[in-house]
Design a protein around this ligand. Sequence first.
Ligand SMILES: [Zn+2]
Length: 188
Amino acid sequence: MWLLCCKCNKYKALWQFNKRSDTAFGVQQYCRSCQSSHNKKYKDDNALYITNYRREYNKNHREYIKEYNRNYHFKYKDKINKRQRLYRRFNLSRDALRSSNRRSIKLIQSVKLTNSEKYRIELLYKWANILGKNFQVDHVVPLSRGGLHHPDNMHVIPRIQNLKKKDKDPKEFYGKYYNFIIKGEGHG
Ligand SMILES: [Zn+2]
């Protein structure tokens, strides 16, 4: 079945219209693409009115909104918890990244990072996350020994190795493998 769109005056299939229960064919007068461009134009033209209206509404319905949110959380408690658990499992790296950033700021060992350096650090944590919980991001020269919170001073190593390494000096810990592991050069 073909319907005429009132906006672009073209005949379109029924599925190309959004649903609306109170009309004859159960669809809106405008086709989907016309409706979305119409909505966008309305939003742009009335941006100020919309923000003011929302602000006013939120102010006048504060108690109602609070109650609604409380009920929603109570009703979908299990669902929300499950979603949060899943989110945390796949975003472990984000928490670790945040805590290490905070730790370095506390020790005043954070250097001013460019955006690309920040991104490199983020990638390291993401990489560790992909490898699983048995891998961690480690500061080559530990922060407690004056190492910097900088991507050049960070690498992903197995958790067991990280636990053994702790705050030891990397040259001491890796011994003759230091150059190979840290700098990627051949065995010394
Ligand atoms: Zn149309």
